[in-house]
Design a protein around this ligand. Sequence first.
Ligand code: CO8
Length: 258
Amino acid sequence: MAEYQTLLVEQRGPVTLVTLNRPEALNALNAQLLSDLLAAMAVFEADATQGCAVLTGSAKAFAAGADIKEMQAQGFADMYAHDFFAGWDQFTRTRKPVIAAVGGYALGGGCEVAMMCDFILAADSAKFGQPEIKLGVTPGMGGSQRLARAVGKAKAMEMCLTGRMMDAAEAERAGLVSRVIPAADLVEEAVKTAATIAGMAPLAILANKEMVNYAFETGLAAGVQFERRLFHGLFGSADQKEGMTAFVEKRSGQWRGR
Ligand code: CO8
């Protein structure tokens, strides 16, 4: 496996486990971390043995935000000319599923990266927040948009305007996270969930992810049409024949990814 300055990456069977590893800065997101993560995601995407990834941090922090020390001295011209952090858009274009396993702080950019993943599993210790207002700025990696879509206007607005944190139980009630897990079991449960996904037919994994994401990009009628066309398309795959035949024959499907 490749070595990264800011990440630990391991393969657990069909699951790529990516651990953010800047403990000295509570996994604050800097340019090196973005570059490492995009490189690790490219390897994950290209490896046909890997079906799902888990992105996690430490018990104390998933990530405490974008690196404030890296941004502190930058002016508008620097940020705009270099389109600061636009590379994170590339992370959201990962076609295979990525689960965020969040323990401890997911603040600012940390919360935003968790929301860029396909769903969030939270440790009971997790804390989510968009505290940028306390720094005189706003979310800058999609937080205002994804949080509002996830939890609705009232909570998103309150969190952005006050910077207050949401604990795991509130985040689950609000729909920000899919499940809350005892902190000690978080990573194992996330890897187990990822392995379940990775055991599905590869084309169906891509199609399911693509169509659920489409729900956030378009209106209902266009979304339903998009879903139906992808559904129809899968009837051109060997794995649809295999999956339905396996059901009738009362056995597990043997997927070919085509
Ligand atoms: N950036 C840089 N360093 C950080 C960050 C950060 N976001 N968070 C923590 N650290 C560092 C601290 O400076 C400290 O370093 P040192 O030991 O050298 O002083 C070390 O990590 C440990 O942190 P603390 O001592 O503060 O630990 P505590 O347990 O006392 O507190 C907290 C933990 C509450 C998480 C606290 O560290 C904190 O409030 N961190 C900042 C949270 C924050 O404001 N996040 C938002 C950042 S802005 C942002 O994310 C904008 C995203 C959009 C950018 C997109 C541009 C297009």
